[in-house]
Design a protein around this ligand. Structure first.
Ligand SMILES: [Zn+2]
Length: 319
């Protein structure tokens, strides 16, 4: 009798029907066979994480390795994914040709700012997860035939926000470029000024632009490259005062976000508002340059604008 009731129960479970026969209180075998149910559940095939990325533009699945080799550009629709500062420097500069400057500058919590968590703990968290000290890397490098001052921002560090360290590193880079008669390239990506530092972050707008004014006065070129997104305090300061302003395709560029503008003006915004392509049409930027062409295009522009590199010492007597 006990065996019959067990068989009925198993059949009921396999066909996903409720057990018809209540378990016999005196029969122990009913419980002994139960684990079979758990085995049937775990037959789902799982895709390992971190191998594929879904393109937000064309929805195709892209193999991560292929995406990395393609400079984080979707091979199907040319959507430009965010790229870290170090990876971007590698895409522009010959291996080991980058000499980083002020690598150890770190932000301090001058206001003792505490929101959901303290500014100090935020800084520590982002330093740990990104391997960066702050949201910009600066240095000098050989780009084509030109020794160049290069600053590259990284959105993954606190939204690429500009605090005292970002401003100071950029200002020092610009001053170094002026003193050594180097062309300057800054690749921006930022949500704006770093509000954890209050007014100190806003002061960086004036500081970077003042340094750039001396750089311009020395008749040296500054190429500003805007990548997705470049907004607010960064766009309202150094990023928008380049001799040439370039942008990556599809990059969101502006001061206030579209929702704020729409609410303030009560007007319907035109399609593509605040994209690189829209701003090219309206004259704010000079060219939209795909990431894979960026290096060759920058070298091309430097040929027109940069001071002629010093010629190697030739035979004496020539003026
Ligand atoms: Zn795509």
């Amino acid at each position: 009798m006990g065996t019959t009731s067990f068989t009925k129960k198993t059949l009921g479970l396999e066909t996903v029907e409720p057990a018809v026969t209540p378990p016999s209180v005196t029969n122990n075998t009913t419980f002994a066979k139960k684990p079979k149910l758990a085995q049937a559940k775990s037959k789902k095939r799982e895709i390992p994480e971190g191998l594929w990325t879904k393109c937000p533009s064309c929805s195709s699945m892209v193999f991560d390795k292929e995406l990395d080799e393609n400079l984080k550009v979707c091979p199907h629709c040319q959507h430009h994914f965010p790229i870290g500062a170090r990876q971007r420097i590698c895409s522009l500069i010959e291996t080991a040709g980058f000499q980083e400057r002020d690598a150890d500058l770190q932000s301090v919590d001058i206001l003792n700012f505490t929101g959901v968590s303290s500014y100090t703990s935020k800084l520590q968290e982002y330093q740990r997860t990104t391997g960066l000290k702050d949201a910009v890397i600066t240095g000098t490098a050989q780009l084509g035939e030109f020794q160049t001052a290069l600053g590259v921002m990284d959105f993954s560090f606190l939204g690429g926000s500009m605090g005292s360290v970002v401003g100071e590193k950029l200002a020092r880079l610009i001053e170094h470029a002026t003193a050594n008669r180097l062309p300057l390239i800054i690749i921006s990506t930022s949500g704006g000024a770093r509000m954890y530092e209050g007014m100190f972050s806003l002061m960086q707008m004036a500081k970077t632009c003042a340094a750039l004014a001396y750089h311009a006065k020395a008749r040296l070129p500054f190429l500003s490259v805007l990548t997705h997104p470049t907004m607010a305090g960064v766009m309202a300061s150094f990023a928008s005062v380049g001799d040439l302003i370039l942008a990556e395709p599809g990059a969101m560029i502006g001061f206030a976000g579209p929702r704020v503008i729409k609410d303030t003006t009560q007007a319907e915004l035109p399609p593509g508002f605040q994209t690189a392509e829209f701003l090219l049409d309206h004259g704010l930027i000079d060219s939209v340059v795909p990431r894979k062409e960026m290096k060759s295009r920058l070298i091309e522009y430097l040929k027109f604008l940069a001071p002629v590199p010093k010629a190697p010492p030739s035979s004496n007597g020539t003026p």
